[in-house]
Ligand binder design. Structure first.
Ligand code: ATP
Ligand code: MG
Length: 198
């Protein structure tokens, strides 16, 4: 299709084969794609606000896929389906299903036994999820919405702000986010929690 997008720091490029799954009218620049996706994601947020989900629903692999599908189904035919190719981030594609299941099982345990305080559970879940990288694209946004759903639906708490209250330029906010993810890769979750609340 010859689409050549530019990506921000830490974004996963979309493969040629995955581009064939585009459902919206020809998009030539990444910004147009971002707008279609943004509209879809806003609809998904409204959908999440009009529902009530309990922990045993939220912490399931079916729900993970359902949320991704709801966020991207207007734009991509593979919305809600685990990826079939390897990416520069994430586990080998054939391990996605088992790693996602393992995360869900761990999250049940964390929740049931109050292993972590609420904020930390939501952020650890978000970080493990984006590290697995379940889908061809949209993993960052999906993981952030999942953390928000954990806060609002499971714990009845306000959602995260994800850097939106910061007065720094967008590129610096992005760098702070990526740096915090890398610190979380090393088991240090404070900076990512701080970013999510900024
Ligand atoms: N070193 C890293 N460790 C863990 N996660 C990372 C790392 N680098 C990037 N990421 C995550 O991968 C995401 C990019 O993946 P992908 O392109 O699938 O998501 P996206 O929703 O399209 O992007 P974005 O989150 O930028 O809106 C980043 O947002 C970030 O959350
Ligand atoms: Mg992306």
């Amino acid at each position: 299709m010859g689409l050549n997008f530019e990506y921000l720091e830490g974004q996963t490029p979309i493969d040629e084969e995955e581009k064939l799954g585009l459902k919206v009218p020809i998009v030539s620049v990444k910004r147009e794609l971002d707008e279609f996706e943004q509209k879809n994601i806003e609809d998904a947020m409204l959908w999440s606000l009009s529902n009530r989900w309990e922990a045993r629903t939220v912490f399931s692999t079916e729900f993970l896929k359902k949320v991704h599908k709801q966020m991207f189904k207007q734009v991509w035919s593979w919305a809600g389906q685990y990826r079939m190719t390897n990416k520069n981030i994430g586990v080998e594609y054939w391990k996605v299903a088992s790693e996602a299941k393992q995360l869900i099982d761990d999250a049940h345990h964390w929740y049931e036994y109050n292993v972590y305080v609420r904020l930390e559970l939501a952020i650890r879940f978000k970080h493990r999820l984006v590290s697995i990288h379940c889908f061809p694209n949209g993993n960052g946004r999906h993981s952030r919405l999942m953390a928000d759903i954990i806060m609002s639906h499971v714990y009845k708490q306000p959602v995260f702000t994800w850097g939106s209250r910061s007065s720094l330029p967008a590129s610096e906010i992005r760098s702070t986010y990526i740096r915090a993810l890398k610190q979380a890769d090393r088991g240090e979750f404070g900076p990512l929690i701080e970013f999510a609340e900024s």
